[in-house]
Design a protein around this ligand. Sequence first.
Ligand SMILES: Cc1cc2nc3c(=O)[nH]c(=O)nc-3n(C[C@H](O)[C@H](O)[C@H](O)COP(=O)(O)OP(=O)(O)OC[C@H]3O[C@@H](n4cnc5c(N)ncnc54)[C@H](O)[C@@H]3O)c2cc1C
Length: 288
Amino acid sequence: MTVVDRLGTGRTTFSVEFFPPRNDEEERVLWRAVRELEPLDPAFVSVTYGAGGSSRDRTIRTTGRIAQETTLTPMAHLTAVDHSVAELRNVIGWYAASGVRNVLAVRGDPPGDPNGEWISHPEGLEYAEELVRLVRDLGDFCVGVAAFPHGHPRSADLDTDADHLVRKIRAGAGFAIAQLFLDPEYFLRLRDRLAARGCDAPLLPGVMPITTPRVLAKFGELAGVPVPAAISDRLLPLADDPAAFRQAGVEVVTRLCERLIAEGVPALHFYTLNRSKATCQVVSDLGL
Ligand SMILES: Cc1cc2nc3c(=O)[nH]c(=O)nc-3n(C[C@H](O)[C@H](O)[C@H](O)COP(=O)(O)OP(=O)(O)OC[C@H]3O[C@@H](n4cnc5c(N)ncnc54)[C@H](O)[C@@H]3O)c2cc1C
C-alpha cells in the first residue's frame, strides 16, 4: 500500500523514522526497534538518506529488507545533494527493484555545514520540487515532501515558505512531513497557510520523545529554534535524574500529541533515533 492509502483511514495513526545503520551493532539495535514496533502497525516506516549518497546502499538495503521481511510499509528518503540526475534515476530504480514504492523527496543540506552555501550538482537539481517531478516521472511512486512549521531557514518569510511547499505538493507530492516543533501553534498555523492556498494534502507533525538531556539538545538543533522556556525550565532541573527526566520528557511529548490528535492530524510521525521504547510508550498512552 502507499503512504497516502495508509493515511486515509479517517482516524489518527502514527509512523516512524529511522536512520540507516552504520555497523553491525547499529543494525541489531535498528532491527530490535523494527520488530518491537511492527505489532503496533505504524502507517509507514521511513529511512533517511545521508548527504551526497553517503548512506545510499544502506538506505536501499534497509528499506528493501523492511519491504521484503516485515509486514510494514517502507518509505525511503532521497536527497539531491551531490547527485546528477542520472545518479538520482539510478537510486530511484534501486528503490523500485527492492520493492519500495514510497519516497520522501528532500533537497538535503550542503555536506559538512548545513547552513553553508547550497551549490547544486552541475547535472543535478536545485529544489526538492524538481526531485518530486523526477520520482513521479520514473514510476508509480507515492511521494512526500518536507515542511517547516517555523519556516525553512533559507526562506525569506513564512508566506514565501508556504508558497514553496504548495509548489512541491502541486508538483506531485501526496503528503508532507513537518520538521520538529514543540509549540503546536506553529504547526497549526502552517496548516492554515496551506488551507488558505487551497492545499489539503495530509500534513504530518514530526514528534520526538525527549528521553535524555542529549535528545533535548538534539531537538533544538533539528528544529532550528530554541526549546520553549516552559519546557526547558521543566526538564533541565531533572538533568541529573535520568528516570525523572525521561518520564517528564515523554509526558511533555504525549501532551503535545494529544493536542495534535484533537486537531485532527492524520498521523504523528515519530523521529525514533532507532529506539522503540519511548515511541511505543507514547503510542500506547495515546491509545493509537
Ligand atoms: C521530514 C523531514 C525529513 C528529512 N529527511 C532528510 C534526509 O533523509 N536526509 C537529509 O539529508 N536531509 C533530510 N531532511 C532535511 C532537509 O533536507 C533540509 O531541511 C533541507 O534544507 C530542505 O529540504 P527541502 O526538501 O525542504 O528543500 P526545498 O523544498 O528545495 O527548499 C529549500 C529552500 O529553497 C526554497 N525553495 C523551494 N522551492 C523553491 C523555488 N521553486 N524557488 C525558490 N526557492 C524555493 C525553500 O523555501 C527553502 O528555503 C529532512 C527534513 C524533514 C523535515
